[in-house]
Structures are given as C-alpha cells and as structure tokens.
Design a protein around this ligand. Structure first.
Ligand SMILES: [Zn+2]
Length: 113
C-alpha cells in the first residue's frame, strides 16, 4: 500500500523533499510514501524503487532499489535522475545523483550524437 502525499507533507514529515520514502517499524508493516505531484513515469519509477526497498528490508541498499525502478520504467528512471539534478536535491544525494546523472547523460550523449 502506497501513501501519496504532497511535497509540503513530505517536507513536514521527513524534513526533506524526497520523491518517495519507506518508513520501517520494528513491529509493523513498512509504510511507503510517494509524492503525489510527480510526473506519471517518475511516480512509476519511485513506486517500484520504494517497493523494492520494502522487499529488501531495512538493510537493503539503494542500488537494488534503483535497478528495480529502472526495470519498471527506464524512461521514468531517466526523468527522475534529470529532476534530481537540482541544487537542493543534489545536496541530499551528492554521490548517487551526480554519479547516476553523469552516467545517464553519457548514455544519452552516445545515443543521440
Ligand atoms: Zn531509495
């Protein structure tokens, strides 16, 4: 079950402007939150990403979740990465966002050049 919340609710609840997030509990099912203002493909990517986090459990990594999102929608993954290339989001995920962003930009350059 996914809880769709606004950007301001996301910031109020988790202090940061996440696209999506999983809240894990010791004695309850994890809760998945996804922003309700994302473009459709980005939402699809984020949903697949967060649901993979649920499958992987609290110690699961970002890589597995990222790949699940890419498999669900490669275009949504690309769009999410491009949307992440804003100064405020890069501060949240410096290595991840710039690393993935740069590699995807390189792929795009190869495809379209
Ligand atoms: Zn994640």
């Amino acid at each position: 079950m996914i809880n769709y919340i606004s950007k301001s609710e996301m910031i109020a609840k988790f202090k940061k402007n996440y696209f999506g997030l999983v809240e894990f509990f010791v004695q309850a099912e994890p809760k998945v939150y996804v922003r309700n203002d994302l473009p459709p493909l980005v939402a699809k990517f984020v949903e697949a990403h967060e649901l993979q986090h649920v499958k992987d459990g609290v110690n699961g990594g970002e890589f597995s979740a990222f790949i699940a999102g890419v498999k669900a929608t490669p275009l949504g993954a690309l769009q999410a990465v491009l949307m992440s290339l804003s100064p405020s989001r890069l501060k949240m995920y410096p290595a991840l966002a710039s690393g993935i962003g740069l590699s995807l930009s390189a792929i795009l350059l190869i495809i379209f050049s």
